[in-house]
Design a protein around this ligand. Sequence first.
Ligand code: ATP
Ligand code: MG
Length: 337
Amino acid sequence: MSILEKDLKQNTEPKAKDNLLEVKNLKTYYPIKGGFFRRTVGYVKAVDDVSFEIKKGETLGLVGESGCGKSTTGRTILRLLNATSGQIIFDGQDITNIRGKALREARKDFQMVFQDPYASLNPMQMVGDVIAEPLKNFGKHNPKELKAEVMDLLQRVGLPEDAYYKYAHEFSGGQRQRIGIARSLALKPKLIIADEPVSALDVSVQSQVLNLLKELQQEFDLTYLFIAHNLSVVKHMSDRIGVMYLGNIVEIADKSSIYDEPLHPYTQALISAIPEPDPKRKKERIVLTGDLPSPANPPTGCPFHTRCPVARPECSEVKPQLKEVKPGHKVACVLYD
Ligand SMILES: Nc1ncnc2c1ncn2[C@@H]1O[C@H](COP(=O)(O)OP(=O)(O)OP(=O)(O)O)[C@@H](O)[C@H]1O
Ligand SMILES: [Mg+2]
């Protein structure tokens, strides 16, 4: 067990019944422009049929290799990108196409924590102002109240009071991420989408930031969509895990099912690639051949069939739908039809 895993061992299990977020058949395509008139000549199908729910207080981890559409999914849910089709239902409200005032109101309730805390913080602003900005945007202007709230947030994310008067560049990566987290908490959101929040940080501080996110989840009743490459990070943060491949969710289940009995051949390959710390427990590594196809020109049928070690002829023809094969365990693969 790595230090990171040990540090994160004391996991909590916040659970409630109802869904805070429901994503139904979400598609987000980026147009490809070409030719003299810059006409749309095709689409990058970055998100090509994604459905899942997140219950209140729960953490859903989203994993998959680079370019599979994790960030695009997150950004579409937060309405930073427009969905091509599908539905996003947040706290009972369909927010897929809301605009103007309704969108502004809804935005209070969902926030993003970004991968690179440096790029996402304005270097010209004092940290106190960086954190106060969302509050000001939503009509809080009393300087005394603002300052008190920012001080409270600084303390909750483990930063000293004098951080208020400093600038982002004066802090280390881990502390900068704490500033980003404080800012995202300012409006007391219900959902936080954390897009690789620790991948830019040293391993030594990763677990501190992850533990902070866990603590804040309890304290502020937060629901997380947690995006990451690193399978051990997702494992320790998540209650359930969704595995993405080429714009699709290929498997989704609670974390123990994903790690202990992965059903989809792609999930099995991902899990087999995690180093086994115990040399006595040998496991076979499944090496995937071939490159990840381009989402601008995805294969017909099952998106994974071109690299699947157990593909059958029909896999190139029919796209398998995500189906519940055991309670709470869904997989999109012909093997389980
Ligand atoms: N603005 C854009 N215009 C066109 N294509 C884009 C744009 N942003 C992303 N893409 C493409 O969409 C696909 C999905 O990208 P996305 O960033 O969502 O993947 P990701 O899973 O977050 O990857 P990573 O793990 O590298 O962050 C990729 O093929 C990417 O090249
Ligand atoms: Mg990304």
